[in-house]
Write a protein that binds this ligand. Sequence first.
Ligand SMILES: [Zn+2]
Length: 413
Amino acid sequence: MSARSRLLAFICLAFLSALACRTAEGWLGLGDEPVTADSSPPTASVPASPPEVSTTDDLRIETFAPRDSEMTVRFTLQPGEVSFLFTATATDPNSEVAILRVTAPDGTLLYEDDYDSDLPGGGWFTDFVYDYGEVGLFLPIVPQMPLPPGEYAVLVSTEAAGFSDLRVIFKRGPADAPQALDFTIWLATGELGVITAPDLDEIRGEMDALLAPHDLRVGAFNVQEPDTSVVAQFAEIDDDETHLDELDIPAACGVMARAGGASRSVHLIVVDWITASDAEPGDIVGYSAGLPGSILNPGGRLSCIVASYQAYLGSNLEHGLTWIHEAAHFMGLLHTTEEDGLYFDNLADTPQCPADRFDGDGDGYVDDYECGREGGADNFLFYSGILEFAPFTITPDQAWVLRRHPLFYPVAP
Ligand SMILES: [Zn+2]
């Protein structure tokens, strides 16, 4: 039986009128699904075909010809490149895809899922890397992780017959220059959820306030209002409101990626309500389809984030916080502390709120007030977020990771 027990998709919930996010563990009853029918050793390494290469200014993209349902993809990080985002798409969107091993150029183990351990091998990751239909791997995940030039090897496996897409996006430095993050926004709300241009300006301003201390900012807002016939492909429309079921989010991302292209931007769908079979309307405020998600991939399904508009109607600060929080998940960042006070991110400078210290009422959850600022209730990636703890902050280590992600691009100061 696999030791993997937590699903790497993030659902963000409104919790006691707060922004709360947590993993889907327990809530959806998922987990403990082995990647393959047995735990036999990985198949022999399959060398990838020579890659097709396309280049933008500071990005280099390699795509690989998929072969088997379990294969080692080898690629070379060149001098001056500071990060890479690997994504693998299975032929079946419902099949599990998992990263099983990652090795550095000198053979050092960076990550391993050996089926028997509670934690991944290599010592860097705090959770296993797998998802359904697609999976993403973004390195480096912490500032302490060396990422020297040379050949990396990623062993990836799926329960599907094979892969339809394998790609690596490399980003060239310098990473410490000012950078911006574009958004492509589909306003898929109904007539009751009208988002005006001044609203969008305010939301952008809230995100900028959070990013500015780190020389990061929001770039373009490419706003589109898809036709009702397009929205109806992924959401239910009634009473002038749109309802998107969380199970339909990957399909919604796929519709957006096919219709709108796969630009270098956060692809965000704003609906009135995000629904789930066991959640009340308004409980779910945001959702990142990937952790990290796939970008610049026209067929990508884990390629967007979703936000509810009605959940925070009238509060552009909360919209801004939700959008950038989900965007950060999409770029691979974890909650600083999960609601159980047992799981944390892997960054050294983010505050933690362990249950054994902070769960004052012993109910098994650490809330904003129990944690306070000391426990990180004012961090933008705390699992929850109450406006009382504003202004929210991004730590230097969180910014360090974000500015290496290929969605951020260099801009003039
Ligand atoms: Zn979250």
